[in-house]
Design a protein around this ligand. Structure first.
Ligand SMILES: Cc1cc2nc3c(=O)[nH]c(=O)nc-3n(C[C@H](O)[C@H](O)[C@H](O)COP(=O)(O)OP(=O)(O)OC[C@H]3O[C@@H](n4cnc5c(N)ncnc54)[C@H](O)[C@@H]3O)c2cc1C
Length: 523
C-alpha cells in the first residue's frame, strides 16, 4: 500500500457508512478523494457490526410519519429542519444508492419484495435488513461500489489522523494568524512505520464514528474512541449534546468476547430477561411492557437488577422463541456457539452497554462544523436529528444521507491550501528522547477511564458521581498529556489521549444538565 497523496481535493477520515457515502458523493462530482482509516482493513468500523438494518421506504409510510417517530424518540430536543430533511429525502437515497446502484442484498419475501421489519417506537414497518448481518452487507456493498468510481476514491488503511492543521494555529508565517481561521489538513500517523505525515485537502470531512470505546461495556469495536470529537474540540470546533449516550440493554457478557450486541429483535420475537434465579425481573420495573419497554428503561432495569443481586450480568432466554434461531439470527447464533453457548438450549448472559452517541461535533445541514474547512458526518457529528435519544435503525440512514450530501456539496466549498501556506506548516515534532511506551500503563489507564465512565457517567448519573468522574478525569488528562509529549507514538496511545478528552466532554455536559431527558438520566 502506497502513501496517501500530500494534497487531495477532499480528505475523508473514516471508512464506515458516512465516510464512504461522503467519498461517493464527492467522487460523483468529479473530485479525487483520499479516505484514511486507522483500521488495518477498510471494512473495520461500527457500520460493519450493525445488525438490525436501515430505515427505508416503509409500508403506508411518509416523511411526516418518520419525522414524527424520530422526534418522539428524541423527546422533542431534535433540530426540526434536520429531521424533516432526513425523513423526506433519506429513504429515497437508500433505494437509489444502496439498493439500485450498490446492489446491497437486503432480505426479500417470497414475492421478491423487500422484507420490511419493524423495531421499537417505529409506527410502521420500514426497516431494510439482511438477516442480522445488515451492516456487513452495507459496508461490503459500498466498498465495492466505491471501487467502481474510476479510481477517484483511494482508501488508505493504517492511517490514523492525530490532529487537525489550521492556518492560525500551525503556520510559522506570522501573517496567517490575522487571516480567517481555516482547517487545511491533518497530521496523520502511518502505523506501519511510525511516521507522521502532513496531508492537505481543500476540505476535510471527519467520519470517525462513535464513542463506545470510552466505556467499560460497549457494543462498539474498540476503534470507537471518539478521535474525531477530540480532534475537533482541540482545534476549537463546537461540540453539542455530549451528555446523550444511548445504552443498549443487551450485549454478550463473556470473558472471551468483547462488544458483541444481542439484537433487540430477539426480545421482539419473545426472548425473556431473567436474573440468576431465573426470575423475570422486568415485572418489578415495567409490568406493562416488560421486556419490550423502551431501551433506556430496560437498560436501567438491568443495571438496577445487577446492583440489587450483586451479579455482573443478567440472562436473555431465547429458548421459547418459536422459530429457527440459526436461520433468523445467524450472526448471534454463530458468535454464541463460538464460546460454547447454544442459544436454543440455554440462556445468554447479557449486560447493558454504551451503544450510540447522539451528540457530537455541531454541524449545519451541509455538514460544516464551526471551524471553516472542517466538516463532520455520521456518528461523530451532531446533526440534531436524534435530539435526546435515537430512534432504532436511524443512524445508518443519517450517516448515509448527510455523508452523501456533505460529499456532494464539498465540491463547491473547498479551498486548496497554497504551496506557500503548506511550506509554512512545520513537520510533526517528536520528543528529543522518546520513551518506549509501557503498554501496561496505556492499557490500564484506558481501562480505568472506561470503568469510571461506566460507574460515574453511565446509565444512572448523579451529582456526586459526576463530580468524582470529573476530578479523576482531570487527574488522568494531566498525566496522559505529559506521557503523550514524551512517549513514542502508537495507535493505543493516541486513542488513550482521545478517550480522556471525549470522556471529559461527556461528563462536563452531563454535569451541566440536571434534567433527566432521553438517554441522559440523573437521580
Ligand atoms: C453492534 C452495533 C449494532 C448497530 N446496529 C444498528 C442498526 O441496526 N441500525 C442503525 O441504523 N445503526 C446501528 N448501529 C449504529 C451504527 O452502526 C453506527 O452509528 C454507524 O455505523 C456509524 O457509522 P460512521 O460512518 O459514523 O462510523 P463507523 O462505521 O464507526 O466508521 C468509523 C471509521 O472511522 C475510522 N477512524 C476512527 N478514528 C480515526 C482516526 N483517528 N484516523 C483515521 N480513521 C479513524 C475507523 O477506522 C472507521 O473506518 C449499530 C452499532 C453497533 C456498534
Amino acid at each position: 500500500m502506497s502513501h496517501p497523496p500530500i494534497v487531495s481535493d477532499l480528505i475523508v477520515v473514516g471508512c464506515g457508512i458516512s465516510g464512504l457515502a461522503a467519498a461517493i458523493g464527492a467522487a460523483e462530482e468529479g473530485l479525487s478523494v483520499t479516505v484514511l482509516t486507522k483500521a488495518d482493513e477498510p471494512w473495520q468500523s461500527n457500520t460493519y457490526y450493525a445488525q438490525g438494518g436501515i430505515v427505508g421506504n416503509g409500508q403506508d409510510d411518509s416523511g411526516d410519519k418518520l419525522a414524527k417517530d424520530i422526534i418522539a424518540a428524541g423527546v422533542g430536543l431534535n433540530w426540526r429542519e434536520s429531521v424533516h430533511l432526513l425523513a423526506s429525502e433519506g429513504p429515497d437515497l437508500v433505494d437509489s444508492l444502496l439498493v439500485d446502484r450498490a446492489g446491497i442484498p437486503f432480505s426479500r419475501n417470497g414475492k421478491g419484495e423487500l422484507d420490511l421489519t419493524r423495531e421499537a417506537a417505529h409506527s410502521v414497518r420500514r426497516i431494510y435488513h439482511h438477516k442480522d448481518l445488515s451492516g456487513r452487507s452495507i459496508q461490503e456493498g459500498l466498498l465495492a461500489y466505491a471501487a467502481q468510481l474510476e479510481g477517484r476514491i483511494n482508501i488508505y488503511p493504517h492511517m490514523q489522523a492525530l490532529d487537525i492543521i489550521t492556518n492560525n494555529h500551525h503556520s510559522t508565517d506570522s501573517q496567517e494568524r490575522y487571516r480567517p481561521l481555516r482547517a487545511i489538513g491533518l497530521y496523520v500517523l502511518d502505523a506501519r512505520n511510525n511516521e507522521v505525515m502532513n496531508i492537505y485537502g481543500s476540505s476535510i470531512i471527519l467520519a470517525t464514528g462513535g464513542v463506545g470505546g470510552v466505556y467499560q461495556h460497549s457494543s462498539n469495536p474498540s476503534l470507537a474512541s471518539g478521535d474525531g470529537i477530540s480532534m475537533a474540540y482541540r482545534a476549537g470546533a463546537a461540540i453539542l449534546n455530549a451528555e446523550f449516550v444511548q445504552f443498549h440493554p443487551t450485549t454478550l457478557f463473556h470473558r472471551d468476547v468483547k462488544n458483541f450486541l444481542i439484537s433487540e429483535s430477539l426480545r421482539g420475537e419473545g426472548g425473556l430477561l431473567v436474573n440468576l434465579d431465573g426470575e423475570r425481573f422486568m415485572s418489578r420495573y415495567n409490568p406493562d411492557m416488560m421486556e419490550l419497554a423502551p431501551r433506556d428503561e430496560v437498560s436501567r432495569a438491568i443495571y438496577r437488577e445487577m446492583d440489587r443481586t450483586g451479579t455482573a450480568c443478567v440472562f436473555l432466554d431465547a429458548r421459547q422463541i418459536d422459530m429457527n434461531l440459526e436461520d433468523r439470527f445467524p450472526g448471534i447464533h454463530e458468535k454464541c456457539a463460538s464460546v460454547g453457548i447454544d442459544i436454543s438450549r440455554e440462556p445468554i448472559p447479557v449486560v447493558p452497554a454504551a451503544h450510540y452517541f447522539c451528540g457530537g461535533i455541531k454541524v449545519d445541514l451541509e455538514g460544516h462544523t464551526s471551524l471553516p474547512g472542517l466538516l463532520a458526518v455520521g456518528e461523530t457529528a451532531c446533526t440534531g436529528v436524534h435530539g435526546a435519544n435515537r430512534l432504532a435503525s436511524i443512524s445508518l440512514l443519517e450517516g448515509l444521507y448527510f455523508g452523501y450530501r456533505a460529499g456532494k456539496r464539498s465540491a463547491d466549498s473547498g479551498v486548496t491550501p497554497s504551496s506557500r501556506l503548506r511550506k509554512s506548516i512545520p513537520e510533526w515534532i517528536f520528543p528529543v528522547e522518546e520513551d518506549d511506551i509501557d503498554p501496561i500503563l496505556v492499557k490500564n489507564d484506558r481501562n480505568t477511564i472506561r470503568s469510571l465512565m461506566w460507574n460515574y457517567t453511565g446509565i444512572i448519573r448523579n451529582r456526586k458521581r459526576l463530580n468524582r468522574a470529573l476530578s479523576d478525569l482531570n487527574y488522568f488528562s494531566h498525566r496522559i498529556n505529559s506521557f503523550y509529549r514524551e512517549a513514542r507514538l502508537s495507535r493505543k496511545l493516541i486513542e488513550l489521549r482521545n478517550t480522556v478528552v471525549t470522556a471529559s466532554l461527556i461528563t462536563r455536559a452531563a454535569k451541566s444538565n440536571d434534567n433527566s431527558i432521553g438517554c441522559h438520566y440523573v437521580e
